[in-house]
Design a protein around this ligand. Structure first.
Ligand SMILES: Cc1cc2nc3c(=O)[nH]c(=O)nc-3n(C[C@H](O)[C@H](O)[C@H](O)COP(=O)(O)OP(=O)(O)OC[C@H]3O[C@@H](n4cnc5c(N)ncnc54)[C@H](O)[C@@H]3O)c2cc1C
Ligand code: SF4
Length: 558
């Protein structure tokens, strides 16, 4: 009998995370507009709001003492950010309207050249760059660094950024979103308050904008509470990356496909690698693999280690040293998985949380930035005198603006691309070629998307290279390099069943890049303090909830 993760749902109910305010009225924190998540979407939104407040004193007065607040669970903006990243500057140029140029932003430079390879274990065959993967005019960044810079711009524009603060519950009353409740801090393993205990707070706002990124906790709650799920289910990929100090500069952007993934349709292994230059003495390389894979022993962390043993990649790293590591999921459902609506009364959804990623191009930053900008404008529009943002449809101007934007047209043009690869690498590749040539007109309808957790899993006996500690590494040394700061005695934020079939326990053990799960006969041991909040467990049968604010990784180069 085959095992599917979806048959073992986690002990989790969305209702647990929806509440009415509980703090006494005089203790509630009131802000004008509340943004959850200081990533590209949330910070672009805060910057645009700052510009609009500067243009209209009256708007500023209406928004009160704290016109714009941004909550971020990481220690600072950027701490929980992992990306490639080759960034299309379009969104940033529109956001700053000439007030800041690309030269002011912390980029490593413009893409000078690029190549795509089809790999086997010992060879690399250069192939023509598919049109969807061309990067002319784009810039390389560490998104963690770019986001830190955006955080400074948001503060200069007047936003109050509150780091180490988790938005844990959505405050809803009479069908209207009122704000969020932040998570408690200083609880022990069993939830008991420790001497440094600090309770969370109710933060109320006239509009709440969720910019939580992939696997957004409250975004998931909002989709469920307001019935906003898209036509097709969302699916994800897991990306694991490293940053290396190297002896010789890499002067081009490299993508690879093929090995170490297998092409057979039964494995459903879709993905590839990226290798990007970071100035004269660093480069970053990562492996991205769709989480609809079926092999219980597949580990994206270990595939990345294996990738480095190919002579093409090994040569780039020779004499170098690994200086950074990170892991994060990417929403890959595309156009057909976008929420039915991007708003609810008093609420807007942006960026990766809403699934705005162009999968064949591996791009989401400029969509996140543009959606944040458009959300800011829609929120302000709904706050004009005589209007209320929680009246039904009042925030619908945001949906309209997104439909008119490049986000919509770009995602529509590649709408079936990810779904095609569920049919295997070769058939998927042929279908993708036809889709690109027709700008998305072929095939005329939408292809089915199957949930990641609904794929049957089986063992294939695949092995991984033993980590050598110079070129290849084990998971624990990777977690160490992420700067993870979670207390060993923090409450468990991972919802999974612990008595599960051995295939499922084994799959979680291999899947998790941070060695959180250990399969033992018929059950699984969980070490939550290793978790780097990548979100993969939510795609494959469990549920990640946000841990205490300020815990988790401290990324600086990813
Ligand atoms: C390996 C990898 C490679 C990629 N490569 C590229 C690339 O080359 N080019 C490109 O354009 N895109 C790339 N992407 C995609 C890109 O990184 C995302 O599309 C983009 O970061 C989305 O921005 P966002 O603001 O929506 O979300 P995020 O960047 O994920 O930011 C969300 C923020 O919200 C915070 N947060 C979440 N929930 C809460 C909560 N409840 N309370 C408080 N804070 C919260 C998080 O800590 C985080 O800081 C890549 C992604 C990955 C993982
Ligand atoms: S336990 Fe944490 S690090 Fe491991 S897969 Fe789940 S979210 Fe990712």
């Amino acid at each position: 009998m085959s095992v599917t993760p979806a048959d073992y749902p986690p002990p989790f109910s969305a209702r647990e995370f929806v509440a009415e305010p509980t703090d006494p009225p005089d203790e509630r924190i009131e802000v004008g507009i509340l943004i959850v998540g200081a990533g590209p979407a949330g910070l672009a939104c805060a910057i645009r709001l700052g510009q609009l407040v500067q243009e209209s004193r009256e708007l500023g007065e209406r928004l009160g003492d704290v016109p714009v607040a941004v909550l971020e669970k990481g220690q600072q903006p950027g701490s929980h950010i992992v990306s490639g990243a080759v960034v299309n500057p379009r969104g940033l140029r529109r956001l700053f309207q000439g007030q800041k140029g690309i030269e002011d932003m912390p980029f490593y430079g413009e893409v000078e050249a690029e190549s795509v390879y089809f790999l086997r274990a010992k060879t690399a065959l250069r192939i023509p760059t598919p049109p969807t993967m061309k990067n002319h005019g784009n810039y390389v960044a560490s998104l963690s660094q770019l986001v830190r810079w955006l955080g400074e711009q948001a503060e200069e524009a007047g936003a109050t950024v509150l780091p180490e603060t988790t938005a844990e519950r959505l405050l809803v009353k009479d069908g209207r979103v009122l704000g969020v409740r932040t998570g408690d801090k200083g609880r022990g393993r069993n939830g008991e308050p420790l001497p440094n205990f600090e309770p969370g707070s109710d933060i109320l706002a006239r509009v709440t904008i969720l910019c939580e990124g992939t696997q957004g906790h409250l975004t998931g709650i909002a989709l469920d509470t307001f019935g906003l799920e898209g036509e097709s289910p969302q699916v994800w990929a897991l990306g694991v990356k490293e940053v290396w100090k190297v002896e010789r500069p890499l002067r081009r952007v490299v993508h690879t496909m093929g090995w170490p993934l297998r092409a057979g349709a039964k494995y459903r292994e879709f993905g590839g690698s990226f290798i990007y230059p970071m100035g004269k003495d660093m480069l970053t390389l990562g492996m991205v693999v769709g989480l609809d894979y079926r092999d219980a022993e597949l580990s994206v962390h270990d595939l990345l280690q294996e990738l480095k043993t190919n002579p093409l990649v090994r040569r780039m790293l020779e004499g170098g040293e690994r200086v950074g590591w990170g892991a994060k999921t990417i929403p890959e459902g595309g156009f057909v998985a976008l929420p039915r609506r991007l708003h609810a009364p008093g609420l807007l959804l942006c960026g990766d949380g809403a699934g705005m990623v162009n999968v064949p191009a591996l791009k989401g930053v400029h969509y996140a930035v543009e959606s944040g900008r458009l959300a800011a404008e829609a929120a302000v529009e709904a706050l004009r005198p005589g209007r209320t943002p929680w009246a039904p449809g009042a925030l619908g101007t945001y949906d309209e603006a997104v439909r008119q934007s490049f986000i919509w047209s770009d995602l529509k043009a590649v709408r079936n691309m990810r779904q095609a690869f569920g049919r295997g690498f070769y058939l998927g590749g042929m279908l993708a070629g036809a889709m690109t040539a027709s700008r998305g007109a072929f095939p005329p309808g939408n292809m089915d998307t199957e949930r990641d957790a609904e794929q049957p899993i089986f063992r294939t006996g695949r092995g991984s290279p033993a980590p050598g500690g110079k070129l290849t590494f084990d998971k624990l040394s990777s977690v160490y390099l992420s700067g993870n700061r979670t207390r060993d005695d923090a409450p468990n934020h991972l919802r999974v069943r612990t008595r599960v079939p051995s295939e499922l326990a084994l799959m979680w053990e291999h899947m998790c890049p941070a060695q959180v799960y250990e399969a033992s006969d018929g059950s699984v041991e969980v070490t939550p303090s290793n978790c780097v909040q990548c979100g993969a467990i939510t795609a494959k049968g469990g549920r990640l909830t946000p841990p205490e604010g300020g815990s988790g990784p401290e990324y600086t180069l990813t």
